[in-house]
Write a protein that binds this ligand. Sequence first.
Ligand SMILES: [Zn+2]
Ligand SMILES: [Zn+2]
Length: 229
Amino acid sequence: MTPFTIKLLRALSALLLWAGAAGVIAGALSPWAAIKILKSVDLSVPGALFAQGGLCLAAGVLVLLGLRRSPLLCLIAAIYTLGWVHTATVEVPRRVKHQAIGAQLALFPINRLLDQFHINDLEISDWSRPNEELLAPGLDWTNKGALVLLFGGLIGLPVDPIALFIYKWTARAKCRHCGATWLKSRHAEFCPQCGHGTAPVDRWHCGVCHGDLGLKDKFCTHCGVVVVV
Ligand SMILES: [Zn+2]
Ligand SMILES: [Zn+2]
């Protein structure tokens, strides 16, 4: 990769990670559930008040606080956020209905009293509405923010400091002469199996000590390495 490509990837990834995290935070603070109570009052519940929304909010804040330096960690945060959003589409309506039923039960003594005066019962909500209709747009925004975050993480993966660190310590070098491999981090200048030089050699210069070579030399006259072309 050229330095320009690295810079471009870094900038693009940073921009997407920033935007994605902002989207996740805005989404988690926006309503995830909307319910009409007592037939007239619209009640919106922000995502952050649900367990999954709180976790999404935390993930977004962590990315902004410093996680964005590592696209790999942001990628993991994005996958978790998408998982929580997925769970929330089932759990949030269930939770809202559960709370509303609790409120309805609490109204029972009042409704009994109203019955005596032949006044209609107080109904917390319309139970016939399907669960999906209880979901508010905030959940979708969080989902979109997490997708942007995921994309930013993927783009930044080749320049991720943790991924580069892992690569640095696990990448293997290969001998051109015998095919043996060893960890690049050993910085071996000679093959541990056959003793041939490991640095690239051209016909005129030793790859290890860069000394001049003669056309038919089999060994470098300066450092003794076997010449492999
Ligand atoms: Zn070798
Ligand atoms: Zn040499």
